[in-house]
Design a binder for this molecule. Structure first.
Ligand code: XLS
Ligand code: NI
Ligand code: NI
Length: 438
């Protein structure tokens, strides 16, 4: 097959080169803390932004051409061309995984049955390419937000018919994920929320959403899916208020409905900032709740304030992200999926390669620095020291549930407590800077 991007070579690590078509920090087989970088990072390509999104925004149509030489009215030719382009891109960049929505891999047909037939056909094609290249599926999902039938939600739609349609789409997307060997299935509730409570039965909507997730888990397990389900929290956009606002809200939902053991989080950096959190905060909340799963690696523009899904370039954020990943013990079924798109003015495929190289190098840099932070021990040591009082005496009794309010009072009556030690934030930020800047 002829190449679609003949001007782009295979991208390799060359620490000394100024060539922008090479990696400066990502050296796939290099060991960091005893594990190859590629296994730490588990990079994935998002089918939708890479192969489908043409740069349309609220004020104008797309600027990029994602036909990849095919007639876009011929669904089969276009779907295959997209798959060809995706595999060439992943191979040239050394990306080991991809993520997809049903709607990304084949255009919807007039009926559900016809759409499903298209999906069966195109996944045969994709499966062959996976076999040839060794590239794997990280996770799959169903697009339950694009079509107008989902304007009032899918799992939270007031219409039983649309709820059933959503269930049918999820069933098929799970089957496709299993067929492609995916180790995750994502729920992103774009329209699972509300615009106004004046027309919304919130209790019923939440119960119904949980019922649909339960059905999905039961069905997936019955056909042999052993991977993780993920909720991808996002507070708003397109809905004014989305039910999976942030990790803490999603955890409460999962516990309330008894779903927590089958679900983890797919944390997206841009969604974290939309919720008024840092990326690291959302990862930490996942970690302490035992639901650290996978990551949509991107970043928002804090001045624009919407979900711009830009390719990540912030090495500071990436370092703190990888610190959380290492502290969580690394990915199991998850990975770093670039749910990211080039900016509207970067409309050439060459830009897509620069974007991935920058994104991959940003996280590779972050991994190297996160490992250094851990090996350096000053930051972790400071935190351990700050909480040292909990290792013995009354602190330990409290932790072991051996003390109640009476014991606390007896302790407090003995002496006025000293102030807590200085938090030393500026010192710690300086240490972090020195490690990052080197
Ligand atoms: C959109 C979401 C979407 C999910 C998958 O904001 O990030 O791309 O990752 O449906
Ligand atoms: Ni995402
Ligand atoms: Ni996003």
């Amino acid at each position: 097959m002829s190449e679609l991007f003949p001007k782009i070579p295979k991208i390799s690590y060359n620490n000394a080169s100024a060539d922008p078509l090479s990696f400066r920090y990502y050296n796939p087989d290099e060991l960091i803390m005893g594990k190859p970088m590629k296994e730490h990072l588990r990079f994935a390509m998002a089918w939708w932004h890479t192969l489908c999104a043409e740069g349309a925004d609220m004020f104008g149509p797309g600027t990029a051409d994602k036909s990849f030489g095919a007639d876009k009215d011929d669904w089969r030719a276009h779907a295959k061309a997209k798959a060809d382009a995706g595999f060439e891109l992943m191979q040239k960049l050394g990306i080991g995984y991809f993520c997809f929505h049903d709607a990304d891999i084949a255009a919807e047909a007039a009926t559900l049955a016809e759409t499903n037939a298209r999906l069966d056909e195109i996944t045969d094609y994709i499966k062959d390419k996976m076999k040839d290249t060794g590239i794997k599926c990280l996770w799959g999902t169903s697009n339950l937000f694009g079509h107008k039938r989902f304007m009032a939600g899918a799992g939270t739609s007031p219409s039983v018919d649309i709820y059933a349609y959503a269930g049918a789409k999820i069933k098929k997307a799970i089957e496709l994920t299993v067929k492609l060997g995916g180790t995750g299935y994502v729920f992103w509730g774009g329209r699972e929320g509300y615009e106004t409570l004046l027309n919304t039965d919130m209790g019923l909507e939440l119960d119904n959403l949980a019922r649909l997730m339960r059905m999905a888990v039961d069905y997936a397990r019955s056909i042999g899916f052993t991977g993780d389900f993920y909720i991808e929290p996002k507070p708003k956009e397109p809905s004014k208020h989305q039910y999976d606002f942030d990790v803490a809200t999603a955890c409460n939902f999962l516990r309330n409905y008894g779903l927590i053991k089958d679900f983890k989080m797919n944390v997206e950096a841009n969604h974290a900032t939309l919720a008024g959190h840092t990326f690291q905060h959302e990862l930490r909340v996942s970690r302490v709740n035992g639901v650290f799963g996978s990551i949509d690696a991107n970043q928002g523009d804090l001045l624009l304030g919407w979900d711009t899904d830009q390719f990540p370039s912030d090495v500071y954020d990436a370092t703190l992200c990888m610190y959380e990943v290492l502290k969580a013990g690394g990915f199991t079924n998850g990975g770093l999926n670039f749910d990211a798109k080039t900016r509207r003015m970067s409309y050439e495929m060459e830009d897509m390669f620069y974007a991935f190289i920058t994104g991959m190098d940003t996280f590779a840099f972050g991994l190297r620095k996160a490992a250094q932070i851990i090996e350096d021990k000053r930051l972790d040591g400071f935190v351990a020291e700050r909480y040292a009082g909990w290792k013995a005496g009354l602190g330990l009794d409290i932790i072991n549930n051996k003390a109640g309010l009476k014991e606390l009072e007896a302790h407090a009556l003995k002496a006025e407590p000293a102030l807590p030690a200085s938090g030393r934030q500026e010192l710690l930020e300086g240490i972090l800077n020195r490690i990052i800047v080197g």
